[in-house]
Design a protein. Structure first.
Length: 150
């Protein structure tokens, strides 16, 4: 099941907290700079610090929105499977987690069973009687060629 965190769930409170903390920090910076740096230097430093604070608050909000706005998956991803029909059989191509020595294919009763690393298991029901002609596994992609039985 895929759940999407909506920005309306957390962004309201987050915006109020960010604004409140920003105002407090700007106020503290202005008070300290006005107290210790009187004159034009204190004003310039106050403006520079306020601008930098605004910049970093915007960056923080952008990162939090990006992080919490992404899809959160509570179930493992279903692998992409391509089934290519040929005149003499089928070619099945799919993503399988490795390592290569854990990737196994088995054909029994017109059902292709594929196992791999990370407790991966996938079964594919075939519409025809077939036998495994060849299998190749390269960079996480398994290719299984099946030939039709007469």
């Amino acid at each position: 099941m895929i759940q999407k965190a909506t920005s309306s769930d957390n962004s309201g409170w987050f915006n109020y907290i960010v604004i409140l903390v920003s105002l407090i920090v700007v106020g503290i910076i202005v008070i300290f700079l006005a107290r210790f740096q009187r004159g034009i230097i204190g004003v310039v430093l106050s403006i520079v610090s306020a601008v930098l604070l605004i910049y970093w608050v915007r960056e923080l909000k952008k990162n939090v929105t990006t992080t919490f706005g992404q899809q959160v998956s509570s179930a493992p991803k279903d692998p992409l499977v391509d089934i290519i029909k040929r005149a003499d059989g089928l070619t099945i191509v799919l993503e399988v987690p490795g390592p290569e020595d854990k990737v196994k294919t088995r054909l029994k009763n017109d059902v292709l069973e594929i196992t791999g690393g990370q407790n991966f298991k996938k079964t594919i029901d075939l519409d025809l009687q077939a036998s495994i002609e060849s299998t190749t596994y390269v960079n996480g992609i398994l290719t299984v060629k099946l030939s039709k039985l007469s």
